[in-house]
Design a protein around this ligand. Structure first.
Ligand code: DX5
Ligand code: ZN
Length: 220
């Protein structure tokens, strides 16, 4: 059985209580903390920058999984690393020289991820997969939490898994958008090993219980 990692997305937490929320999700037993960075250009929404990552870094040891939904992410990569990010994931649609950005992240000793919007073909990452640590499949159009999972993405996850199996190194398959207890198993059976979950976890009353429910549902 694959070891499935759970990455709550703080996009859906109560930002007025960010410190308490981070501590609570940490104690609830999450594996990673997913930080959605949005610039109001690549996606219509605006969220947080390196300064907030720096604050989060001071109160948790959990790996910080920073998903950059920004134009020209290479401008910001070093600032996010300095702030304490462990994984930095960039969109292929936002960077004409994605491999250079991946090298920049890895050159700083951090894990590099690449991600695709639902409308972007897996072919756009085929040749760079041997250089990444994480392939993130977006299963909603990025920008907001709480959107429904796009059903045709199951097939994309399966195809991504097949592509990863041909690569001669560990590449995590992360899935982000619309994941709930009700579909987590199907997402994992399709090939995912990192589940990003925003509203499902932060919208629940008991984070620990919700994370346990997710782990039980995927058969861990
Ligand atoms: C969407 C973000 C997601 C989002 C997921 O642009 O990348 O990480 O927070 O939220 P849910 O789980 O509510 O779809
Ligand atoms: Zn995300």
């Amino acid at each position: 059985m694959v070891n499935v990692l759970i990455a709550p997305s703080i996009l859906s937490c109560n930002f007025l209580e960010l410190g308490r929320e981070i501590k609570e999700i940490d104690e609830a037993g999450c594996d990673l903390i997913h930080v959605d960075v949005m610039d109001g250009h690549f996606v219509p929404n605006i969220t947080v920058g390196p300064m907030i990552v720096d604050f989060i870094r001071n109160i948790t040891e959990k790996p910080l999984d920073c998903h950059l939904m920004v134009e020209r992410p290479y401008r910001l990569v070093k600032d996010f690393i300095k702030a304490g990010s462990d994984i930095i994931t960039v969109h292929v649609e936002s960077d004409a020289h994605i491999l250079r950005t991946i090298d920049m992240i890895k050159g700083e000793g951090k894990k590099a991820g690449v991600t695709l919007n639902p409308g972007t073909s897996l072919h756009s990452v085929e040749e760079i997969l041997p250089y990444v640590d994480v392939l993130l499949i977006m299963t909603v159009n990025p920008g907001f939490g709480g959107q429904p999972f796009i059903p045709s993405m199951y097939d994309k996850i399966k195809k991504a898994k097949d592509m990863i199996e041909k690569v001669n190194r560990k590449v995590h398959l992360e899935v982000d958008g619309g994941i709930k207890v009700s579909n987590a198993k199907k997402v994992v059976l399709s090939g995912a090993d990192i589940l990003v979950m925003g509203t499902e976890i932060f919208g629940s009353k008991n984070y620990k219980q919700k994370i346990t429910e997710v782990r039980n549902s995927v058969g861990e």
